[in-house]
Design a protein around this ligand. Sequence first.
Ligand code: HEM
Length: 471
Amino acid sequence: MGSSVFKPLIHLSTITNYPYVDFIFVTFAVLFIINAVTTFYRLLKMRWASEKAFADFPIENRHPIFGHVLLVKLNSEETIQDIAERADIFPYTDQLWLGPFHALLICYHPDTMKPVLSSSEPKDEFTYGMVKPWLGDVLLISKGSKWFRNRRLLTPGFHFDILRPYVHIFNECTHTMMDKWMKQYDNGMIEMFEHVSLMTLDSLMKCIFSIETHCQTEVSTNPYITAVYELSEMVVNRINFPPYFSDLIFHLTYSGYKWRRALRQVHGHSKTVIHQRKQALEEQKELGIKHKRKYIDFLDILLEARDENGKGLTDQEIQDEVDTFMFEGHDTTASGISWILYNIAKHTEHQRKCQEEIDELMEQKDKDVIEWDDLSKLPYLTMCIKESLQLHPPVPFIGRKLSKPIEMPSPTGNGKVTIPAGERIGLPIIGLHHNPHVWEDPEVYNPLRFTPENSKGRSPHAYLPFSAGPR
Ligand code: HEM
């Protein structure tokens, strides 16, 4: 091709041609103004729609521009206090405005959470969208038929027979952590969260990929683990810093650069492991060799999953689900376990009873190790765990965006109010658990609220550390 074909539309010399520059500038300015006006009008319509939809529900000191952003304290123990106070004043629902346009109807009560959670309304893209570049359109985020199909394909992964051998993995990983504590901290205090978090990552790497990373003992050597850590931390930082809600602003910052770098690392790792496992499986098939590992890991489940038409998950879907389970599985469990240890350390009377229960069970067994069947024989410990998840739920807040209207109990207690499609509903699990109209002395660590007698007559939607309903 001759170079003349590629004559640039704007030659450098024309830059000095003022009318030409003026024309470009004016065009851009007009397009920019049109875009800004239509966006502003769309946002205004959203504001009016939410104001109309939530008109019957109480609202507290809303600033016309900032909404409640200046009042809501994020990322601290104060947040719990704040949400509990709101639940005390507004036992069922109130409105939360994040700036001038984005509103959520916040539910604090089993009666208002139930209608939302009983349906399979989609997750709110506003918050869940922040993890989408990492996880893809997966079980956690997806909706409709895609969610339904993948949920069905993944359900075998939670069968007892699959989970049973994992207890040995958890024991092994916990022993590694305990050995570390015995060696390093025989007299001092332990900042345990990081250790517990590495232990849960170690467990997951074995349960998901059957990979031994030694991440508990060689902390900084595994780039995949480091990247998973970085991404989890950045998701939380982003949610806690409103300017980072904007993709454009976030990606222009150093955090945005680190996010992209960590994403490349995590996706690259998952791709490689999936590819290697597929090759190994094909070789085994050709040679007629059966499964060699002691247990079926999550990757096996995903690779072997088939729908009613015999169709499996694509490589991209497998990668996304693996990444999701790494994300969903490590921080939640690390937070849950750390709080349990904290609570029983603070309330030694309960700790002593847990210890006695475990000692008694061990005396009856010939092995000095907890196994799957033992888990149901530890009712006191189970109550202590439940109570810890009650006070400190690892997933404190979930959200939905309505795809169809739903009926909600009226805040006055008389009849129902219909919330139209398109509105966002916030479900602060932590607010429900600390709601004094639902729980007696919600701030007190009291495992006995979970005895069978004390649980009688309680709404199944009063205690939701793992959420409820189809999701
Ligand atoms: C103490 C530990 C855990 C807690 C408290 C917890 C809590 C939750 C909650 C509240 C939800 C609902 C989220 C929503 O509605 O938006 C959820 C969903 C989910 N969790 Fe967990 N989780 C825990 C551990 C795990 C683990 C270990 C895994 C996997 C290895 C996992 C995988 C998932 C997945 C895939 C979903 C999405 C389900 C769906 O929408 O169909 N979670 N979890």
